[in-house]
Design a protein around this ligand. Structure first.
Ligand code: AP5
Ligand code: MG
Length: 213
């Protein structure tokens, strides 16, 4: 099963991905997480992505596509994949379909986390994440047990650089302009399933499970 998890910044892709990969035995591929771990490690890829990410802009297509194709070619990605945050442009969707077709595969379905835009700024600006293991909390909806130390790995809990008001609202604009057309692309191919994403994480998870049955 190759599942694309699509949705605006803050819709809950990372939150749902955590439970889906366990339940369905999928290999998680989050382009945002890959860029952030490269940034933490100070690699050339991380440094190249940094200027785009901190402004809330998309990293150039060619770079992202190369990265994902390389990741999809690795052994642990051969028996099911969950793509979180990719594809984000129609070009990326087409490149993904072309790569998979060349290997006798295709996207099983695209789950769209559907949520009114007014809820997203609250989710983004209140989010806190662990630098070490990427665990996610929210100051109001799921507060971390301590202010600064991750209970799972002892890493530092912090606010993502792109979760401040300015970068977050820019990301929402970029989503409307560049990622919104990807919804129609999957819909036209009969692969889109809309998942209402305003409820609790558990409610969203139930709807996802029904959609994947
Ligand atoms: P990425 O890391 O993918 O960020 P994003 O798509 O903007 O999405 P987020 O991670 O912000 O939100 P999410 O949907 O995962 O929400 P979460 O579960 O954390 O990408 C970052 C950057 O990398 C991009 O801006 C771009 O520069 C670059 N990039 C990445 N992929 C790219 C690509 N393909 N092409 C080009 N550039 C790319 O939840 C958010 C908050 O809400 C959390 O606090 C959580 O606890 C809370 N929450 C979640 N669900 C619920 C719920 N049901 N109820 C209440 N609270 C909830
Ligand atoms: Mg995420």
């Amino acid at each position: 099963m190759i599942v694309v998890l699509l949705g605006p910044p803050g819709a809950g892709k990372g939150t749902q991905s955590g439970t889906m990969v366990k339940k369905y035995g999928l290999c998680p591929i989050s382009t945002g997480d890959i860029f952030r771990s490269n940034l933490n490690a100070g690699t050339a890829l991380g440094l190249e992505a940094r200027s785009y990410m901190s402004e809330g802009l998309l990293v150039p297509d060619e770079l992202v596509v190369r990265l994902v194709i390389d990741r999809l070619s690795q052994p642990d990605a051969q028996n099911g994949v969950l793509l979180d945050g990719f594809p984000r442009t129609v070009f990326q969707a087409e490149e993904l379909a072309g790569f998979l077709a060349a290997h006798g595969k295709s996207v099983t379905c695209c789950l769209l986390l559907d949520i009114p835009e007014k809820e997203l700024m609250v989710r983004l600006t209140g989010r806190r994440v662990c630098r070490g293991c990427s665990s996610v909390w929210h100051l109001t909806f799921s507060p971390p047990p301590t202010d600064s130390v991750c209970p799972y790995c002892g890493g530092e809990i912090h606010q993502r650089d792109d979760d401040g008001e300015a970068a977050a609202s820019n990301r929402l604009r970029v989503y409307q302009a560049q990622t919104y057309p990807v919804i129609a692309w999957y819909e036209e191919r009969g692969l889109l399933k809309k998942i209402p994403a305003s409820g609790s994480p558990q409610e969203v998870e139930k709807t996802i499970n029904k959609a994947l049955e």
